[in-house]
Design a protein around this ligand. Structure first.
Ligand code: SAH
Ligand code: TYD
Ligand code: ZN
Length: 408
């Protein structure tokens, strides 16, 4: 039995994926012998419906001076966060607004706020990406956000007009401290905007590669509304967004201070219809995940029997779950192509597939590309017309296992 990180109710996990390495822990061959593994296991709380990992590696093992995820590697993400910054700029009408971002990474969002000379603060514990943000003129501190830090920030800067947190709330197991900190810092009238991969998308697409060490929570409005209610906070709006394979953006304020949009009710109904509060939903998900693994392995086995070459496209953290869970290694995949310098010339976590520069893909097309960065399919497809024209095929595994000429 495990204890819910939110309400402390005891529950059993519904699935274990076996031993997993750090999802973003790309490594050199010298590091193979010291590689860290833990058991990746997930459950759903029967009381508050929060879907969560039952254990997570220490935060310092995931977020540090060599963090491999740089937000700005995708053009789509750059546009997405420019749009979010515009929305934030429209929202702030205080005299001297103050914008805080939790997990600002390389400054992909805050750089636009900074350019407008608006008071702001980025909180980013991974120092290498924080440095990139600072170089862009973003006021950055390298700390982990929690209640203590929120109080310090409030003492120094006053209340935040907006706190933004993208793809980071679902990373933090000590949610109680974070939410208390957010409540303290937004004062009476600030707004908290955050977005994370959405549970409904994971269920609909069987996108189980979202399940890895950093993602300790898989949020729904159902689980979050209950949680915020304990702190007299309220979700007053939601917006489904097409990033990271399907995410939800939540708008939160002090309870009864904002008009609650009809979308909150509508999406809560969708969640009820999808039975996010029932254990059978997760048992079905487990069955689908196991089927997906089997079908992917069958396809890969057949391609290899035919003597063809497969290259992985995008050394995503998501791919760490797929390769380790499905047992896909260098015998199946020659290498993974990725545009992020820190990942290149290293090996994929656990399965030790070489990660190479994009040019290596471009200069010698394989027969098949296994699209690990499926959430960037449109952007990649626009770039890779030549590959498909040359007869290259894409192996997709979300939402279904397919081999196609054209991913769109
Ligand atoms: N917001 C960016 C980055 C998401 S990755 C985007 O959406 O693209 C998550 C980031 O949160 C990492 O850069 C990580 O270092 C940071 N992070 C992890 N725990 C944190 C915490 N407790 N407080 C603030 N940032 C944290
Ligand atoms: P992302 O899907 O954001 O990953 P994660 O699962 O870690 O959240 O990461 C995309 C990865 O794919 C990133 O390492 C950069 C790489 N990439 C390419 O190599 N080429 C591309 O055209 C794009 C869009 C991404
Ligand atoms: Zn719970």
């Amino acid at each position: 039995m495990y204890k819910c990180l939110v309400c402390e109710t005891e529950f059993d996990s519904f699935m274990t994926f076996g031993k997993m390495p750090i999802a973003n822990g790309f490594l050199t061959s010298e590091d193979f012998k010291n590689e860290f593994f833990y058991e990746l296991e997930i459950g759903a709380c029967p009381n508050c419906s929060m879907v969560q990992l039952v254990r997570q590696p220490e935060r310092e093992m995931m977020f540090h001076e060599d963090y491999a995820f740089f937000s700005s590697t995708s053009e789509k993400q750059r546009v997405h966060f420019k749009t979010l910054s515009d929305e934030i700029l429209d929202l702030i009408n205080a005299n001297d607004p103050f914008v805080v971002e939790i997990g600002c990474n390389d400054g992909i969002m805050l750089e636009h706020i900074s350019k407008k000379q608006i008071r702001h603060l980025g909180i980013e514990p991974s120092t290498n990406v924080a440095e990139v943000a600072a170089d862009k003129g973003v006021n950055t501190i390298s700390e982990f956000f929690d209640y203590e830090l929120a109080k310090k920030i409030k003492d120094e800067y006053g209340n935040a007009s907006v706190i933004s947190a993208s793809n980071v709330m679902c990373h933090i197991p000590y949610l109680d401290s974070v939410v208390k900190g957010v409540k303290e810092l937004i004062g009476d009238s600030g707004v908290f905007i955050f977005e994370d991969p959405y549970l409904i998308d994971i269920l609909e697409k069987t996108s189980y590669d979202q399940i890895y060490d950093e993602h300790v929570f898989y949020f729904s409005i159902t689980s979050l509304a209950k949680m915020f209610d304990k702190y007299d906070l309220e979700i007053f709006d939601v917006k489904r967004i097409n990033v990271h394979g399907g995410s939800m953006r939540y708008y939160v304020a002090q309870k009864d201070t904002k008009h609650v949009s009809v979308d909150v009710e509508k999406m809560s109904e969708v969640e009820k219809y999808n039975e996010v509060d029932k254990l059978s939903t997760y048992q079905n998900l487990k069955t689908k995940i196991e089927r997906s693994k089997e079908e992917l392995n069958n396809i890969i086995r057949k391609i290899k029997t035919d003597g063809k070459r497969i290259v992985g496209y995008g050394a995503t953290s998501k791919s760490t779950t797929i390769t380790n869970f499905c047992g896909i290694g260098p015998d199946e995949i020659d290498f993974i192509s990725d545009t992020t310098p820190i990942k290149q010339d290293k090996y994929s976590p656990g399965t030790h597939i070489p990660v190479k520069r994009y040019e290596e893909f471009k200069e010698c097309y394989p027969d098949y590309a296994l699209l690990f960065a499926w959430n960037h399919a449109e952007e990649i497809m626009a770039k890779e017309e030549e590959f498909t024209k040359a007869g290259g095929k894409w192996i997709m595994y979300v939402p279904n296992i397919e081999v196609i000429d054209d991913i769109l």
